[in-house]
Design a protein around this ligand. Structure first.
Ligand code: FES
Length: 115
């Protein structure tokens, strides 16, 4: 079974292959949502983008991005500079081991913003 490491929470969980990252994180008590978004979120329908995470290791073990996820991420400032690693947890299928950073900060002045 794949292992998901949540670095901020210092938590490691085993999940069934093909599991949904948001559902497994919530089951394990990992807080994906910043602030009020804990209560005000789209419940996994790729509409609010508040379940953004960075997959810092094992990106290749995540299912591919669907059209809804791509569209939602492109509309998010937080995506800038994290195009390779940022995913919506609610749209991410876990196919192998990965390391996940929850609630990533905005990167408005990051290396890739003005390029
Ligand atoms: S929960 Fe809203 S986009 Fe994932």
């Amino acid at each position: 079974m794949p292992v998901v490491k949540f670095v901020n929470e210092k938590k490691e969980i085993e999940v069934p292959e093909g599991a949904n990252l948001r559902q497994e994180a919530l089951k394990a008590g990992v807080n994906l949502y910043p602030g009020i978004h804990k209560y005000l979120n789209c419940r996994g329908f790729a509409q609010c983008a508040s379940c953004r995470v960075l997959i810092t290791q094992g990106q290749e073990n995540a299912g591919s991005k669907g059209i809804l996820e791509k569209a939602r991420l492109v509309c998010s400032f937080a995506y800038i500079g994290h195009e390779q690693t940022m995913r919506l947890a609610c749209q991410t299928q876990v196919l192998g081991d990965m390391t996940v950073e929850t609630q990533p900060p905005l990167n408005l002045f990051g290396d890739n913003f003005f390029s």
